[in-house]
Design a protein around this ligand. Sequence first.
Ligand code: GLC
Length: 565
Amino acid sequence: MQNPWWHSAVVYQIYPRSFADADGDGMGDLRGIIEHLDHIAGLGVDVIWLSPVYPSPQDDNGYDISDYQDIEPVFGTLADFDELLAGVHARGMKLVMDLVVNHSSDEHPWFVESRSGKASPKRDWYWWRPAREGMEPGSPGAEPTNWGSAFGGSAWEYDAASGEYFLHLFSRKQPDLNWENPAVREAIYAMMNWWLDRGVDGFRMDVIDHISKDTTLPDGALRPGTPYGDGGPHYLNGPRNHEFLHEMHQRVFAGRDELLTVGEMPGVTVDEAVKYTDPAREEVDMVFQFDHVWADRGADPWVLYPLRLTNLKAIFGRWQAGLAEVGWNSLYWNNHDQPRVVSRFGDDSPRYRERSAKMLGAVLHLHRGTPYVYQGEELGMTNTPFASIADFRDIEALGHYAQAVEHEGRSPEDVLTVLRARSRDNARTPMQWNASPQAGFTSGTPWLAVNPNYPQINAESAVKDEESVYHFYRRLIELRHEEPAVVYGDFTMLLPHDERLYAFTRAHGDTTLLVIGNFSAETVRAEIDDAAAWETAELLLTNATPPQDLVLQPWQAVIYRAVRR
Ligand code: GLC
């Protein structure tokens, strides 16, 4: 079988709300994206993934969709969309849409109809259940299961009109669609085909390992400190998940060329990922796993742990080995749900921000898999110094704050400390285009405040400066396009027990690459076998003065190439 094009591709993610505002309402839009396409094309990426742009009440910033086949008016029109798509294609790139079909908005006509009564022909399109046996409907604890929702509170919402509850694993405005019902699946496939016929090049599938539930809906084990149980084992990677994705492949992707499909799968294991991405099984091209972005947290996501580099390396090593023969990895540090990586795993002080951002980019992009760059990552954008809870906008942050402070009695200052490090709003502050007011993002008032460091960190100055993070990312992407060892080389982890250096080789044919990243503010010598030989190899890329004796400066990264003759 021929190697698919996306093996050597790099994807750039746009979060439209925060990318560029062309009409001054404080919210990014499609025309804003159109105006900035050259910034993205200049990086050399192959694909753009657009977070949701569909009509939505915006309860979860567009991940709550009320019409799958139109454009949210705040973002523009279908005509703007077609123009954007043409602009992307004209620059030799592809466009991948976000597909949010585990749930819809409660304002989607499907749900409005479903909610209209027990006799509704669409009643069974969602998960409706009576109260727990023997309990008064609507009374505390009468929910059909004890599951908590991802954004706080129960995963069940009571509907007094019918005396039943509907399931929402996320907010109460995001009711879960019932994939057991074939009519639901047909409607989704028809919608996907409509977008592909319009010219889009694939889908990023939101929480797509949640679509198959254990239909007996058992209670979950109680989560310590909360009244709720963990329903995860009953809805993550459920009994029919592979079957549904294979069916989707048959009904939507089969016979179409040059698509890219990536499934977001919180909690997916390596073994399951091999199945999801085995080309012979015809499900998805690759998945987003979460192990490495959970490396610095425990069972309770709201407790901070320092990163242990050995843990991070063990995780990546496992994924690289697990998908070496069958399947394919996706590679990411950032997206709209993660804090900024330079603040999280690097050093965002003025002294080392740029150098550590480049080191993180080099390490990630030299793994085997398809790298994803999230808007602003190519500038080394950082977390934001949120002053109080009033500065946050994200439903997850606000939900956690309410739960922790009001219901669990935790100190507001402690909760804020965690939110400053972890909140998704860190990723969502407006893109920093230049040093003019509001970072050039909007002429109005931005929906979420701009990070105050925009006079120093912005696209205009980065593009002008050959030594910037932007140009370093550009070179990394170029390297992937030019050097087959980056795409196909066998991965071998070195120094697995070292807490400061991340080192590995990639071997392909006659070529071996050596990559070392210093995850510390100390000067460190890499004690690897045949260090002397590497010293004379070709240094393809580094972010500081070339090392002597493999002695790396703080946060330095090196990429060497040796060719056997
Ligand atoms: C995914 C999205 C996230 C959203 C959630 C519910 O994890 O990336 O932003 O809140 O699904 O749709």
